[in-house]
Design a protein around this ligand. Sequence first.
Ligand code: P6P
Length: 323
Amino acid sequence: MQLLSNYLKHHNTDLELVELIDTLMIACKEIALQLREGALAGVLGTTEDTNVQGETQKKLDVISNDVLKKVLLDNPLVRGIASEEEDDPVFGNPDGRFLVTFDPLDGSSNIDINVSVGTIFSILEAPKDATEDSVDMFLQSGRKQLAAGYVLYGPSAVLVMSTGQGVNMFTLAHTGDFLLTREQVQIPVQTGEFAINMSNHRFWEEPMRNYIDDLLKGSDGPRGKNYNMRWIASMVAEVHRVLTRGGLFTYPWDSRDPSKPGKLRLMYEGNPMSLLIEQAGGISSTCYGDILDVEPDHIHQRVSVALGSKEEVEALLGYHCEC
Ligand code: P6P
C-alpha cells in the first residue's frame, strides 16, 4: 500500500503542496486521536460560546480549530487560514504561498452521539501581488483550488482528496500513516438514493418540492423507480457515501431565512466538496449553476447545494430550469 506523500510525489504533485498536505494530516491525526478518546478525555459537550455562524461551539469544534490553526500557521508555506470557527482570517508568513480554508469539524452536532464527523479543507494560492493581510485574497472561485478534500472520522479515518488529477482515498493505519486504499474514484452516474432534510419540505422552492415529491412516488412516478433516503446531518459522511456508491445529496435554499442562499458555506464546504464531486464524474450545483463557478464576496458566504450522481443531478436541474 502506498504512503500518501509517496503517491502524491509519484504523480508529480508540487512538492510544496505535498508538504502542506502532510502538515494538514498531522493536525487531522491529532483530531482523530481526540475524537477516539471522546468522553475519556473530557472533550465532549458544548462550550459557552457561539461562533460567527451563530452556532453553539462544541468543545471539539474549538479543539480541532486550534490544532489546525497552530499546525498550519507554524508552517512558513502558509500565508493565511480561514475557518468556519473564526470570524476573520488569521495570517501567517507574509511570504507564504498557500491559503487554507477549513471546517475543522463538520457535523459536530453528531459528536455526543458518536456518529461520524469530519474535517473539510480547501487550498488556494495566495495572490503574489498581495502586499497586505486582507480577507480579499481568499475570495477566489472554487475553480482556483489547488487541492481540496476531507478526513472522515468514522469507523476508520479516511482522507479523500484531489489535486485536480482525480479523487483518491487514503486510510489512516495504526502506524499513523495514511495509505492509499482507493484510486481514481468514479461516482455511478445513476442512483436510487437521495439525502435531504425532509423536515424543511414546506420551506423549499416549488421546483425542489416537485422533484422530491416525484422521488417519493417511486416506480409509479415520473422517475420510474423506487428510491431510498438517508440523512446523517454530517455533510462529510453524506458526500463520502455519494463518492463511494453514488447518490444525491442536497441542502437547498429555503424560506426560513430568505436572505441566505443556503445553509452550507461556500469556501470550506461547498467548494472543496464540489471539486471532489466533479473530479469523480459527478455534478455539484447551486440548482442554477455550478458551485465551482460562484464568485465569492464574503468568506462565510453560504450556498445552496445539490450534488452527486450525474444523471440524478441533471434530473433535479430539469425541474429548476425555465425550459
Ligand atoms: P441540519 C452540519 O452542521 C452541516 O453543516 C452539514 O454537515 C450537514 O449536512 C447539515 O449542516 C445538517 O443540517 O439542518 O440537518 O442539522
